[in-house]
Design a protein around this ligand. Structure first.
Ligand code: BG6
Length: 489
Protein backbone atom coordinates (compact mmCIF):
# COMPACT_ATOMS: atom_id res chain seq x y z
CA UNK A 1 0.00 0.00 0.00
CA UNK A 2 1.33 3.39 -0.97
CA UNK A 3 1.26 5.57 2.14
CA UNK A 4 1.21 8.75 0.10
CA UNK A 5 -2.11 8.11 -1.60
CA UNK A 6 -4.46 6.32 0.78
CA UNK A 7 -5.52 9.31 2.89
CA UNK A 8 -7.76 12.19 1.97
CA UNK A 9 -5.75 15.38 1.43
CA UNK A 10 -5.89 18.06 4.11
CA UNK A 11 -5.99 21.77 4.49
CA UNK A 12 -3.62 21.99 7.43
CA UNK A 13 -4.40 25.41 8.86
CA UNK A 14 -1.76 26.59 11.31
CA UNK A 15 -2.98 29.32 13.65
CA UNK A 16 0.09 31.16 14.87
CA UNK A 17 2.11 30.08 11.82
CA UNK A 18 4.87 32.62 12.45
CA UNK A 19 5.19 31.83 16.16
CA UNK A 20 7.86 29.85 17.93
CA UNK A 21 6.13 26.49 18.06
CA UNK A 22 5.27 26.59 14.40
CA UNK A 23 8.68 27.73 13.17
CA UNK A 24 10.86 25.65 15.48
CA UNK A 25 8.93 22.39 15.54
CA UNK A 26 5.84 22.07 13.40
CA UNK A 27 7.16 23.26 10.06
CA UNK A 28 10.45 21.46 10.56
CA UNK A 29 8.52 18.23 11.13
CA UNK A 30 6.37 18.87 8.08
CA UNK A 31 9.45 19.39 5.96
CA UNK A 32 10.84 16.05 7.17
CA UNK A 33 7.55 14.35 6.33
CA UNK A 34 7.68 15.95 2.91
CA UNK A 35 11.18 14.64 2.43
CA UNK A 36 10.01 11.15 3.33
CA UNK A 37 7.13 11.48 0.82
CA UNK A 38 4.55 11.04 3.55
CA UNK A 39 2.36 14.05 2.88
CA UNK A 40 -0.54 13.51 0.54
CA UNK A 41 0.07 15.21 -2.81
CA UNK A 42 -2.94 17.56 -2.66
CA UNK A 43 -2.50 18.59 0.96
CA UNK A 44 -2.04 22.32 1.53
CA UNK A 45 -0.49 24.18 4.44
CA UNK A 46 -2.25 27.42 5.28
CA UNK A 47 -0.46 29.77 7.63
CA UNK A 48 -2.54 32.18 9.70
CA UNK A 49 -0.94 34.96 11.70
CA UNK A 50 -1.60 38.58 12.56
CA UNK A 51 1.45 39.94 10.75
CA UNK A 52 1.10 41.72 7.43
CA UNK A 53 2.43 39.66 4.53
CA UNK A 54 1.62 37.61 1.45
CA UNK A 55 2.36 34.06 0.32
CA UNK A 56 5.86 34.81 -0.92
CA UNK A 57 6.88 36.56 2.32
CA UNK A 58 5.49 33.63 4.28
CA UNK A 59 7.45 31.19 2.15
CA UNK A 60 10.58 33.30 2.73
CA UNK A 61 10.12 33.18 6.52
CA UNK A 62 9.63 29.42 6.50
CA UNK A 63 12.77 28.99 4.41
CA UNK A 64 14.71 31.03 6.99
CA UNK A 65 13.24 28.93 9.83
CA UNK A 66 14.37 25.75 8.13
CA UNK A 67 17.87 27.18 7.71
CA UNK A 68 17.91 28.02 11.40
CA UNK A 69 16.33 24.95 12.98
CA UNK A 70 16.53 22.03 10.56
CA UNK A 71 20.11 20.96 11.30
CA UNK A 72 20.63 19.69 7.77
CA UNK A 73 20.97 21.21 4.33
CA UNK A 74 17.65 22.00 2.70
CA UNK A 75 17.05 19.73 -0.27
CA UNK A 76 15.98 22.05 -3.10
CA UNK A 77 13.68 19.50 -4.75
CA UNK A 78 11.92 18.77 -1.49
CA UNK A 79 11.67 22.48 -0.75
CA UNK A 80 10.09 23.16 -4.16
CA UNK A 81 7.41 20.55 -3.44
CA UNK A 82 6.95 21.70 0.14
CA UNK A 83 6.71 25.44 -0.51
CA UNK A 84 4.20 24.90 -3.33
CA UNK A 85 1.73 23.81 -0.63
CA UNK A 86 1.83 27.12 1.25
CA UNK A 87 -0.72 29.90 1.47
CA UNK A 88 -0.83 32.74 3.98
CA UNK A 89 -3.70 34.70 5.47
CA UNK A 90 -3.36 37.64 7.83
CA UNK A 91 -6.05 37.27 10.47
CA UNK A 92 -6.29 38.98 13.83
CA UNK A 93 -7.57 36.02 15.84
CA UNK A 94 -9.53 38.24 18.22
CA UNK A 95 -11.58 39.77 15.34
CA UNK A 96 -14.51 37.54 14.43
CA UNK A 97 -15.19 39.30 11.12
CA UNK A 98 -11.72 38.43 9.79
CA UNK A 99 -12.29 34.67 9.87
CA UNK A 100 -14.44 35.06 6.74
CA UNK A 101 -11.15 35.19 4.83
CA UNK A 102 -10.84 31.46 5.32
CA UNK A 103 -13.77 30.94 2.96
CA UNK A 104 -11.61 32.17 0.12
CA UNK A 105 -9.30 29.18 0.55
CA UNK A 106 -10.92 26.25 2.29
CA UNK A 107 -12.56 23.53 0.26
CA UNK A 108 -14.19 21.17 2.76
CA UNK A 109 -15.44 18.77 0.09
CA UNK A 110 -12.12 17.74 -1.36
CA UNK A 111 -9.89 18.27 1.67
CA UNK A 112 -10.23 17.68 5.40
CA UNK A 113 -9.66 20.86 7.41
CA UNK A 114 -7.13 20.20 10.16
CA UNK A 115 -6.84 23.24 12.43
CA UNK A 116 -3.60 23.34 14.37
CA UNK A 117 -3.76 25.74 17.32
CA UNK A 118 -0.11 26.80 17.68
CA UNK A 119 -1.03 29.80 19.84
CA UNK A 120 -1.40 30.59 23.54
CA UNK A 121 -4.48 28.93 25.08
CA UNK A 122 -6.21 32.25 25.81
CA UNK A 123 -6.87 32.48 22.04
CA UNK A 124 -8.46 29.02 21.75
CA UNK A 125 -11.99 30.26 22.47
CA UNK A 126 -11.68 33.04 19.91
CA UNK A 127 -10.47 30.65 17.22
CA UNK A 128 -13.23 28.14 17.94
CA UNK A 129 -15.89 30.84 17.74
CA UNK A 130 -14.35 32.40 14.64
CA UNK A 131 -14.26 29.05 12.86
CA UNK A 132 -17.84 28.25 13.84
CA UNK A 133 -19.13 31.63 12.71
CA UNK A 134 -17.50 31.70 9.30
CA UNK A 135 -18.97 28.33 8.42
CA UNK A 136 -15.85 26.53 7.17
CA UNK A 137 -16.15 23.54 9.48
CA UNK A 138 -17.87 20.27 8.74
CA UNK A 139 -18.05 16.88 10.47
CA UNK A 140 -14.71 15.82 9.11
CA UNK A 141 -12.83 18.88 10.40
CA UNK A 142 -10.34 18.39 13.19
CA UNK A 143 -8.53 20.56 15.69
CA UNK A 144 -5.11 19.90 17.17
CA UNK A 145 -3.90 21.50 20.40
CA UNK A 146 -0.99 21.12 22.73
CA UNK A 147 -0.17 21.65 26.34
CA UNK A 148 -0.56 23.66 28.39
CA UNK A 149 -4.18 22.59 28.40
CA UNK A 150 -4.82 24.53 31.59
CA UNK A 151 -2.72 24.81 34.71
CA UNK A 152 -5.13 22.91 36.94
CA UNK A 153 -8.35 20.93 36.64
CA UNK A 154 -10.57 24.01 36.60
CA UNK A 155 -8.72 25.89 33.87
CA UNK A 156 -8.31 22.71 31.84
CA UNK A 157 -12.07 22.15 31.97
CA UNK A 158 -12.66 25.72 30.83
CA UNK A 159 -10.48 25.17 27.73
CA UNK A 160 -12.05 21.81 26.96
CA UNK A 161 -15.56 23.27 27.39
CA UNK A 162 -14.82 26.11 24.97
CA UNK A 163 -13.47 23.65 22.40
CA UNK A 164 -16.41 21.26 22.94
CA UNK A 165 -18.88 23.97 21.92
CA UNK A 166 -17.54 23.75 18.38
CA UNK A 167 -15.77 20.38 17.98
CA UNK A 168 -16.99 17.04 19.24
CA UNK A 169 -14.52 14.89 21.17
CA UNK A 170 -13.73 12.74 18.13
CA UNK A 171 -12.57 15.83 16.23
CA UNK A 172 -10.17 16.95 18.97
CA UNK A 173 -6.51 15.85 18.87
CA UNK A 174 -4.60 16.76 22.04
CA UNK A 175 -0.88 16.35 21.64
CA UNK A 176 1.67 15.09 24.12
CA UNK A 177 4.80 14.89 22.01
CA UNK A 178 6.17 12.04 24.17
CA UNK A 179 3.48 9.79 22.70
CA UNK A 180 5.09 10.21 19.31
CA UNK A 181 8.44 8.96 20.58
CA UNK A 182 9.35 5.60 19.13
CA UNK A 183 10.26 4.02 22.45
CA UNK A 184 7.05 5.03 24.20
CA UNK A 185 5.10 3.26 21.48
CA UNK A 186 7.46 0.35 21.69
CA UNK A 187 6.22 -0.17 25.23
CA UNK A 188 3.00 -1.52 23.74
CA UNK A 189 4.96 -3.99 21.64
CA UNK A 190 7.30 -4.96 24.42
CA UNK A 191 4.54 -5.52 26.95
CA UNK A 192 1.83 -7.03 24.80
CA UNK A 193 3.71 -8.95 22.13
CA UNK A 194 6.28 -10.75 24.30
CA UNK A 195 5.13 -13.42 26.68
CA UNK A 196 8.22 -13.09 28.87
CA UNK A 197 6.99 -9.65 29.81
CA UNK A 198 3.21 -10.13 29.73
CA UNK A 199 3.53 -12.91 32.28
CA UNK A 200 6.07 -11.13 34.47
CA UNK A 201 4.54 -7.73 34.81
CA UNK A 202 2.96 -7.23 38.21
CA UNK A 203 3.53 -7.21 41.97
CA UNK A 204 4.56 -10.87 41.95
CA UNK A 205 7.69 -10.26 39.91
CA UNK A 206 8.37 -6.53 39.89
CA UNK A 207 9.93 -4.85 42.89
CA UNK A 208 9.66 -1.23 41.77
CA UNK A 209 9.77 1.00 38.69
CA UNK A 210 11.80 4.15 38.12
CA UNK A 211 11.01 6.76 35.50
CA UNK A 212 13.61 9.48 34.94
CA UNK A 213 13.26 12.40 32.54
CA UNK A 214 16.42 14.42 33.05
CA UNK A 215 16.96 17.52 30.97
CA UNK A 216 20.19 19.36 30.40
CA UNK A 217 18.47 22.55 29.28
CA UNK A 218 17.39 25.28 31.66
CA UNK A 219 14.62 27.77 31.05
CA UNK A 220 15.73 28.76 27.52
CA UNK A 221 14.21 32.25 27.55
CA UNK A 222 10.83 30.94 28.75
CA UNK A 223 11.16 32.23 32.31
CA UNK A 224 7.78 33.87 32.37
CA UNK A 225 5.88 30.77 31.22
CA UNK A 226 7.96 28.38 33.26
CA UNK A 227 7.82 30.32 36.50
CA UNK A 228 4.02 30.20 36.47
CA UNK A 229 4.14 26.51 35.65
CA UNK A 230 7.00 24.63 37.34
CA UNK A 231 8.37 21.19 36.52
CA UNK A 232 5.43 19.31 38.05
CA UNK A 233 2.95 20.87 35.63
CA UNK A 234 5.37 21.34 32.71
CA UNK A 235 6.71 17.77 32.58
CA UNK A 236 5.14 15.46 35.13
CA UNK A 237 1.43 16.15 34.59
CA UNK A 238 1.83 15.12 30.98
CA UNK A 239 5.00 13.39 29.80
CA UNK A 240 5.90 11.34 32.89
CA UNK A 241 2.30 10.38 33.63
CA UNK A 242 1.87 9.27 30.03
CA UNK A 243 4.93 7.05 30.28
CA UNK A 244 3.64 5.70 33.57
CA UNK A 245 0.26 4.80 32.07
CA UNK A 246 1.94 2.86 29.26
CA UNK A 247 4.03 0.93 31.79
CA UNK A 248 1.15 0.26 34.15
CA UNK A 249 -1.99 -0.17 32.06
CA UNK A 250 -3.86 -3.42 31.57
CA UNK A 251 -3.73 -4.99 28.08
CA UNK A 252 -6.12 -3.03 25.85
CA UNK A 253 -8.66 -5.08 23.90
CA UNK A 254 -7.10 -3.84 20.66
CA UNK A 255 -5.09 -0.88 19.40
CA UNK A 256 -8.12 1.36 18.83
CA UNK A 257 -7.86 4.79 20.43
CA UNK A 258 -10.84 4.19 22.73
CA UNK A 259 -9.46 0.89 24.06
CA UNK A 260 -6.12 2.47 24.90
CA UNK A 261 -7.68 5.58 26.43
CA UNK A 262 -9.91 3.43 28.64
CA UNK A 263 -6.95 1.54 30.09
CA UNK A 264 -4.89 4.68 30.64
CA UNK A 265 -7.73 6.40 32.47
CA UNK A 266 -8.03 3.45 34.85
CA UNK A 267 -4.36 3.81 35.79
CA UNK A 268 -4.68 7.56 36.35
CA UNK A 269 -7.78 7.02 38.48
CA UNK A 270 -5.86 4.50 40.61
CA UNK A 271 -3.02 6.90 41.51
CA UNK A 272 -3.09 7.35 45.25
CA UNK A 273 -3.57 11.04 46.08
CA UNK A 274 -0.73 12.77 47.89
CA UNK A 275 -1.87 14.66 50.96
CA UNK A 276 -0.46 17.42 53.12
CA UNK A 277 0.21 14.78 55.81
CA UNK A 278 2.52 12.69 53.62
CA UNK A 279 3.72 15.20 51.03
CA UNK A 280 7.14 15.65 52.69
CA UNK A 281 7.75 11.91 52.56
CA UNK A 282 6.42 11.26 49.08
CA UNK A 283 7.69 14.27 47.14
CA UNK A 284 10.79 16.41 46.68
CA UNK A 285 10.84 19.84 45.07
CA UNK A 286 14.15 21.22 43.83
CA UNK A 287 15.51 24.40 42.28
CA UNK A 288 18.85 24.59 40.47
CA UNK A 289 21.55 26.92 41.62
CA UNK A 290 24.58 27.92 39.53
CA UNK A 291 26.74 25.02 38.42
CA UNK A 292 28.37 23.40 35.44
CA UNK A 293 26.96 21.45 32.53
CA UNK A 294 29.55 19.49 30.54
CA UNK A 295 32.32 21.65 31.97
CA UNK A 296 30.64 24.99 31.19
CA UNK A 297 29.38 27.30 33.94
CA UNK A 298 25.64 28.00 33.89
CA UNK A 299 23.61 30.41 36.06
CA UNK A 300 21.12 29.32 38.70
CA UNK A 301 17.38 29.52 38.12
CA UNK A 302 17.07 32.75 40.08
CA UNK A 303 19.90 34.32 38.05
CA UNK A 304 18.42 33.52 34.62
CA UNK A 305 17.51 36.50 32.41
CA UNK A 306 14.17 37.96 33.51
CA UNK A 307 14.13 36.01 36.78
CA UNK A 308 12.05 37.00 39.76
CA UNK A 309 14.53 36.49 42.57
CA UNK A 310 11.73 35.73 45.04
CA UNK A 311 10.45 32.81 42.96
CA UNK A 312 9.64 29.52 44.69
CA UNK A 313 8.82 27.56 41.54
CA UNK A 314 10.40 24.09 41.28
CA UNK A 315 12.68 23.08 38.42
CA UNK A 316 12.98 19.51 39.74
CA UNK A 317 10.53 17.07 41.22
CA UNK A 318 10.82 13.54 42.54
CA UNK A 319 7.85 11.48 43.67
CA UNK A 320 7.07 8.12 45.16
CA UNK A 321 3.82 7.05 43.59
CA UNK A 322 1.44 4.25 44.56
CA UNK A 323 -1.02 2.74 42.11
CA UNK A 324 -3.96 1.34 44.03
CA UNK A 325 -5.01 -1.62 41.95
CA UNK A 326 -4.59 -5.37 41.94
CA UNK A 327 -1.61 -5.50 39.57
CA UNK A 328 0.51 -2.88 41.27
CA UNK A 329 -0.35 -3.25 44.96
CA UNK A 330 2.84 -2.64 46.95
CA UNK A 331 4.98 -1.74 43.90
CA UNK A 332 6.25 1.84 44.15
CA UNK A 333 6.84 3.92 41.06
CA UNK A 334 9.60 6.49 41.60
CA UNK A 335 9.41 9.42 39.21
CA UNK A 336 11.92 12.22 38.82
CA UNK A 337 12.38 14.99 36.35
CA UNK A 338 14.44 18.16 36.37
CA UNK A 339 16.00 20.89 34.32
CA UNK A 340 19.77 21.50 34.29
CA UNK A 341 20.60 17.98 35.32
CA UNK A 342 23.90 16.29 34.53
CA UNK A 343 22.85 15.24 31.04
CA UNK A 344 19.76 14.57 28.96
CA UNK A 345 18.41 11.14 29.70
CA UNK A 346 14.92 9.68 29.62
CA UNK A 347 14.56 6.12 30.77
CA UNK A 348 12.33 3.62 32.46
CA UNK A 349 13.92 1.06 34.75
CA UNK A 350 11.80 -1.92 35.73
CA UNK A 351 13.46 -3.60 38.70
CA UNK A 352 12.48 -7.23 39.14
CA UNK A 353 12.30 -8.88 42.56
CA UNK A 354 15.33 -10.45 44.16
CA UNK A 355 15.40 -14.22 44.28
CA UNK A 356 14.43 -15.73 47.65
CA UNK A 357 17.63 -17.74 48.05
CA UNK A 358 21.21 -17.20 46.91
CA UNK A 359 23.39 -20.15 45.90
CA UNK A 360 26.09 -17.94 44.37
CA UNK A 361 27.51 -16.43 47.56
CA UNK A 362 31.04 -16.72 46.07
CA UNK A 363 30.12 -14.00 43.61
CA UNK A 364 27.53 -11.90 45.39
CA UNK A 365 26.44 -11.69 49.03
CA UNK A 366 23.27 -10.20 47.70
CA UNK A 367 22.20 -11.40 44.26
CA UNK A 368 21.49 -8.34 42.13
CA UNK A 369 18.02 -8.42 40.65
CA UNK A 370 17.25 -8.31 36.93
CA UNK A 371 16.43 -5.00 35.36
CA UNK A 372 14.70 -4.05 32.18
CA UNK A 373 15.94 -0.63 31.10
CA UNK A 374 14.10 1.20 28.35
CA UNK A 375 16.10 4.12 26.96
CA UNK A 376 13.74 6.67 25.48
CA UNK A 377 16.32 9.28 24.61
CA UNK A 378 19.00 9.76 23.56
CA UNK A 379 19.99 6.46 21.90
CA UNK A 380 16.67 4.66 21.90
CA UNK A 381 16.92 1.05 22.96
CA UNK A 382 16.07 -1.70 25.37
CA UNK A 383 18.50 -3.37 27.74
CA UNK A 384 18.07 -6.31 30.09
CA UNK A 385 20.50 -6.78 32.94
CA UNK A 386 21.11 -10.38 33.81
CA UNK A 387 23.68 -12.44 35.69
CA UNK A 388 25.91 -14.71 33.68
CA UNK A 389 28.59 -17.24 34.52
CA UNK A 390 32.07 -15.98 33.73
CA UNK A 391 33.53 -18.53 31.29
CA UNK A 392 36.35 -20.62 32.77
CA UNK A 393 37.22 -23.91 34.43
CA UNK A 394 37.47 -22.59 37.98
CA UNK A 395 36.28 -24.84 40.72
CA UNK A 396 33.52 -22.38 41.67
CA UNK A 397 30.93 -20.87 39.42
CA UNK A 398 31.62 -17.12 39.26
CA UNK A 399 28.92 -14.72 38.13
CA UNK A 400 29.06 -11.35 36.51
CA UNK A 401 26.43 -8.72 35.75
CA UNK A 402 25.93 -8.54 31.98
CA UNK A 403 23.44 -7.03 29.63
CA UNK A 404 21.38 -7.97 26.63
CA UNK A 405 21.43 -4.77 24.70
CA UNK A 406 19.17 -3.82 21.83
CA UNK A 407 20.01 -0.45 20.39
CA UNK A 408 17.38 0.71 17.91
CA UNK A 409 19.86 2.45 15.63
CA UNK A 410 22.07 -0.67 15.40
CA UNK A 411 19.23 -3.15 15.09
CA UNK A 412 16.95 -1.26 12.73
CA UNK A 413 19.63 0.19 10.50
CA UNK A 414 17.30 0.61 7.54
CA UNK A 415 14.44 2.23 9.44
CA UNK A 416 14.43 5.95 9.96
CA UNK A 417 13.50 6.92 13.51
CA UNK A 418 11.16 9.89 13.26
CA UNK A 419 10.75 12.44 16.03
CA UNK A 420 7.57 12.70 18.11
CA UNK A 421 6.20 15.68 16.26
CA UNK A 422 6.54 14.12 12.84
CA UNK A 423 4.66 11.07 13.94
CA UNK A 424 1.88 13.03 15.63
CA UNK A 425 1.36 15.63 12.91
CA UNK A 426 1.12 12.84 10.38
CA UNK A 427 -1.39 10.92 12.51
CA UNK A 428 -3.50 14.08 12.93
CA UNK A 429 -3.54 14.53 9.14
CA UNK A 430 -4.43 10.85 8.70
CA UNK A 431 -7.19 11.10 11.30
CA UNK A 432 -5.85 8.43 13.62
CA UNK A 433 -6.57 9.50 17.23
CA UNK A 434 -4.78 6.62 19.01
CA UNK A 435 -1.74 8.62 20.07
CA UNK A 436 -3.66 11.65 21.29
CA UNK A 437 -5.10 12.38 24.69
CA UNK A 438 -8.74 12.24 25.58
CA UNK A 439 -10.37 14.94 27.65
CA UNK A 440 -11.01 12.48 30.47
CA UNK A 441 -7.38 11.48 30.62
CA UNK A 442 -6.17 15.06 30.91
CA UNK A 443 -8.72 15.88 33.57
CA UNK A 444 -7.91 12.76 35.55
CA UNK A 445 -4.21 13.67 35.43
CA UNK A 446 -4.96 17.20 36.63
CA UNK A 447 -7.07 15.88 39.51
CA UNK A 448 -4.05 13.99 40.83
CA UNK A 449 -1.55 16.77 40.13
CA UNK A 450 -3.83 19.26 41.90
CA UNK A 451 -3.65 17.06 45.01
CA UNK A 452 0.14 17.46 45.03
CA UNK A 453 0.03 21.16 44.27
CA UNK A 454 -2.49 21.67 47.12
CA UNK A 455 -0.44 19.57 49.52
CA UNK A 456 2.69 21.60 48.72
CA UNK A 457 0.78 24.83 49.30
CA UNK A 458 -0.73 23.65 52.61
CA UNK A 459 2.48 22.23 53.97
CA UNK A 460 4.45 25.20 52.63
CA UNK A 461 7.03 22.97 50.93
CA UNK A 462 9.86 25.11 49.53
CA UNK A 463 12.15 23.80 46.77
CA UNK A 464 15.54 22.50 47.86
CA UNK A 465 18.59 23.76 45.96
CA UNK A 466 20.74 21.54 43.75
CA UNK A 467 23.71 22.67 41.70
CA UNK A 468 23.12 22.68 37.94
CA UNK A 469 24.78 19.64 36.40
CA UNK A 470 23.85 17.22 39.20
CA UNK A 471 21.04 14.72 39.69
CA UNK A 472 18.87 16.93 41.88
CA UNK A 473 18.75 17.67 45.60
CA UNK A 474 20.06 15.11 48.10
CA UNK A 475 16.51 14.80 49.37
CA UNK A 476 15.67 12.94 46.13
CA UNK A 477 18.26 10.28 47.00
CA UNK A 478 16.88 10.13 50.52
CA UNK A 479 13.33 9.66 49.20
CA UNK A 480 14.27 6.39 47.52
CA UNK A 481 16.92 5.42 50.11
CA UNK A 482 14.24 5.34 52.84
CA UNK A 483 12.93 2.23 51.04
CA UNK A 484 16.43 0.71 50.80
CA UNK A 485 16.75 1.52 47.08
CA UNK A 486 18.85 3.79 44.86
CA UNK A 487 18.22 5.64 41.63
CA UNK A 488 19.65 3.97 38.57
CA UNK A 489 22.70 6.00 37.49
C1 BG6 B 1 8.13 20.31 26.81
C2 BG6 B 1 8.39 21.17 28.02
O1 BG6 B 1 6.83 19.81 26.84
O2 BG6 B 1 9.05 19.22 26.80
C3 BG6 B 1 9.82 21.66 28.04
O3 BG6 B 1 7.49 22.28 28.01
C4 BG6 B 1 10.77 20.49 27.94
O4 BG6 B 1 10.08 22.40 29.22
C5 BG6 B 1 10.41 19.61 26.74
O5 BG6 B 1 12.08 20.98 27.85
C6 BG6 B 1 11.25 18.34 26.73
O6 BG6 B 1 11.00 17.62 25.56
P1 BG6 B 1 12.06 16.56 25.01
O7 BG6 B 1 11.39 15.91 23.85
O8 BG6 B 1 13.28 17.34 24.65
O9 BG6 B 1 12.33 15.61 26.14
Amino acid sequence: MNETTVFKPCDLVIFGALGDLSRRKLLISLYRLEKANLIEADTRIIGIDRHEGDNSEFIGIIHESLQEFLNEIIDEQVWARFSARFAYLKIDLTRMDQYQLLNTLIDGQFRVMVNYFAVAPFLFTNICQGLAQCGVLNEESRMVMEKPIGHDLKSSKAINDAVAEVFNEKQVYRIDHYLGKETVLNLLALRFANSIFTTNWDHNTIDHVQITVAEEVGIEGRWDYFDKTGQLRDMLQNHLLQILTFVAMEPPVNLEAQSIHNEKIKVLAALRPITKENVELKTVRGLYSAGEIKGKPVPGYLEEVGANTESTTESFVALKVAIDNWRWAGVPFYLRTGKRMAYKRTEIVVNFKQLPHNIFKESFDDLPSNKLIIHLQPNEGVEIQILNKIPGIDENIKLQKTKLDLSFSDTFKNSKIFGGYEKLVLEAMRGNPTLFLSREEIEQAWTWIDSIQDAWAHADVAPKPYPAGTWGPEAADELIARDGRVWEE
